[in-house]
Design a protein around this ligand. Structure first.
Ligand code: Q9C
Ligand code: ZN
Length: 663
């Protein structure tokens, strides 16, 4: 099943016909630049192209009033003077004789995408549309938006497909107040938005956009606003919000469908957003949402006004939807002070609504984080001056190509284990096929262990050469296999291994101390061993039966550590005695594909045969199955996770969720 792309040149056929500085950035080239970037990078051809259609009145009326629809219907017949006049009643928007037609196509595109995904024609997709939608309200155009494309799509999905819970992620740099107003009392739609706010000094200047606006009545808790009170937010700031707010809440909510208000004015170079997150961040944001709702994700274009940054960001998003390996994110120095203040405020405002935030302590950090607790003194002054003159032109590197290796998953299995679905059993390493490689020989149970070793080592070598993306081995002794692999890989320069060990068991101390291996062990045994910067034992009393505690440690500890460590290889190990292969394990496997360009080696103990097929399916790029709405994790487990974060946050700044006290 493929990825849908919806685009029609017709939506480039309206523009601003008079002088209006507020609207001059919303140009037809936004759409052509996005589409041409997809074509140029060979991405458009890899998508399933779905036709656009005009939305009908009944669909528009799912969100908008009859009076407003009737008013907009008149615009194609208006003179230039009438259009100007009509426009004046709304904020930061313009009308054109063809915009009503385009606005119906924009809504229709979002609905076609929802149809494609809900009917199972495609697994996910993106709609490139103009005009955008998230600012438009029941009876008002606003912020370049005429009809609220995504809000209508959400109501449509509920009505037509009986979808129970919808998550809307609005990563555009403006607050989608139209979406908020539409669903603020509705607990079936969780709306998340981050937005440039600057304590209400930034457009649309609404009190309603602040962190303490959490929804009304039954909808309390289902509206999450993350205000950015400074410009210049970076990848670290965006990732922190995903790890410490959005992902835990989204998994607790357990949506049946994810809609993204995909605006790219939150990327570097954008004249509106003035943020510094690179286009690659959208590869990760997209990927991090792709294991929710069984992978049913529809992204609909909103803003984005730097044509270069926009094109690159659209490509990153679509490549993740297509399942290409994730680009590395470097320079993750941790969130800045202002971002931490926002994070802390949002978590506090939502503590009473979400169990995953109930135990969040967010004590101020004892130490001032180094580089990026900036925006004080000289630097802040320089930045203010730069902004006033408006001359600063951001420069960033073009994203690297994301090359899919010819082989996705290679598997080392004993003879008696049945080949996983979608894999072909091969006789030898030389017979690589495009999808999988099965090395039949039993690893480490063999009377010729050197041969067995060499197979796994050759698998790793091929990963390094990017001939294979990932691998899975079912072995006689996981601890020994893990030790050998780590020694083998750590022997060379620049090897950083992220070793994720699920289950009890001793990890040899030389691994924990080699300085090249970051070990995260999630177990249910109290460890008396020495914790260190590179050995992070997460002890969950109920980890074997409770996915909420397990996932909490994944979002709030493992993902931040992994992002900051930027490993070359992820080694994911299940030690004997871990319970049967469950949904949380599969989610973990999927989420870890964020790192090391997807170079993950999974080691399973030979009695874990039942885990092979589902794990292989996730390694092959299928979404992990949804876990169901999560219960609150046991208090002691939640507290254990919080303790780890506070112990390590000075070494690993992405673990921070509160601003330093001093400074
Ligand atoms: N300096 C979207 O991104 N304010 N809309 C413009 C120009 C309005 C943005 C001020 C921005 C609207 C979909
Ligand atoms: Zn925007």
């Amino acid at each position: 099943m493929g990825t849908a792309l919806i685009y029609d040149e017709e939506m480039t056929k309206y523009k601003l016909l008079w002088v209006d500085p507020a609207c001059k950035i919303e140009v037809p080239e936004r759409l052509t630049a996005s589409h041409e970037a997809l074509v140029r990078n060979g991405l458009a051809d890899r998508c399933v192209s779905l036709p656009v259609r005009e939305a009908v009145d009944a669909e528009i009326l799912l969100v908008h009033s009859e009076e407003y629809l009737e008013a907009v219907k008149q615009t194609p017949h208006m003179t230039l003077e009438d259009l100007k006049e009509f426009t004046l009643q709304y904020g930061d928007v313009y009308f054109h004789p063809n915009i009503y037609h385009c606005a119906k196509l924009a809504v229709g595109s979002a609905l076609q995408l929802v149809d494609g995904v809900m009917m199972g024609k495609v697994k996910n997709g993106m709609a490139l549309v103009r005009p955008p939608g998230h600012h438009s309200m029941r009876s008002a155009a606003n912020g370049f938006c005429v009809f609220n494309n995504v809000a209508i799509a959400a109501r449509y999905a509920k009505q037509k497909y009986g979808v129970k819970r919808i998550l809307i992620v609005d990563w555009d740099i403006h607050h989608g107040q139209g979406v908020q107003y539409c669903f603020e009392d509705d607990p079936s739609v969780l709306y998340f938005s981050w937005h440039r706010y600057e304590h209400q000094k930034f457009w649309p200047h609404l009190r309603d956009s602040d962190y303490d606006i959490v929804g009304k009545g039954d909808g309390a808790g289902f509206n999450i606003n993350v205000p950015w009170n400074k410009v210049g937010m970076e990848n670290s700031d965006y990732l922190s919000v995903f790890c410490h707010i959005l992902l835990p809440v989204a998994y607790e909510f357990c949506p049946d469908l994810v809609l993204v208000c995909a605006g790219f004015d939150s990327a570097i170079g954008d004249p509106e957003g003035k943020m510094c997150a690179t286009p690659e961040i959208f590869a990760h944001l997209t990927h991090l949402l792709m294991n929710l709702a069984g992978g049913k994700l529809c992204a609909v274009l909103e803003g984005g006004y730097n044509l270069t940054s926009l094109g690159q960001s659209v490509c990153q998003t679509v490549q993740s939807l297509l399942g290409d390996p994730l680009p590395p994110l470097t320079d993750l120095s941790g969130p800045c002070r202002s971002a931490l203040e926002s994070l802390q405020s949002v978590r506090a405002a939502h503590r009473q609504h979400w169990s995953c935030l109930k135990h969040a302590v967010d004590l101020p950090t004892s130490e001032i984080s180094t580089k990026r607790v900036k925006l004080s003194g000289e630097e802040a002054k320089e930045q203010a001056e730069e902004e006033q003159s408006g001359t600063e032109e951001k420069i960033w590197a073009e994203p690297l190509k994301r090359v899919s290796p010819p082989v996705c998953s290679a598997v080392v299995l004993p003879d008696d284990v049945v080949c996983p679905d979608a894999c072909e059993r091969l006789g030898s390493a030389e017979e690589l096929n495009p999808h999988s490689l099965i090395l039949k020989k039993d690893f480490l149970k063999d009377d010729d262990p050197l041969t067995a070793f060499s197979r796994v080592f050759s698998l790793i070598e091929r990963m390094k050469k990017n001939e294979i993306r990932n691998g899975l081995a079912l072995v006689g002794d996981v601890t020994m296999a893990m030790t050998c692999v780590v020694q083998h890989v750590a022997a060379e320069d620049n090897s950083r291994i992220l070793l994720v060990c699920v289950g009890n068991g001793n990890i040899p101390s030389h691994i924990k101390e080699d300085g090249k291996t970051l070990v995260v062990q999630i177990s249910c045994e109290n460890t008396v061993e020495q914790e260190s910067k590179y050995y992070v034992p997460v002890c969950l009393k109920k980890s074997c039966t409770d996915s909420s505690g397990f996932l909490q440690s994944v979002f709030s500890v493992l993902l931040p550590l992994g992002y900051q460590y930027n490993p070359r290889l992820v080694l994911l190990v299940r030690t004997p005695g871990s319970e049967v292969c469950d949904g949380a394990w599969l989610q973990l496997t999927g989420l870890l594909q964020s790192f090391a360009q997807g170079h993950t080696l999974v080691l399973l103990q030979e009695d874990d045969k039942a885990c092979v097929d589902p794990t292989a399916a996730v390694l092959l790029g299928n979404p992990a199955p949804p876990l169901g709405q999560l219960q609150a994790s046991p208090t002691e487990d939640a507290e254990a996770v919080e303790r780890i974060r506070s112990r390590l946050k000075d070494d690993w700044k992405l673990l921070m969720t509160a601003a330093p006290e001093n400074g």
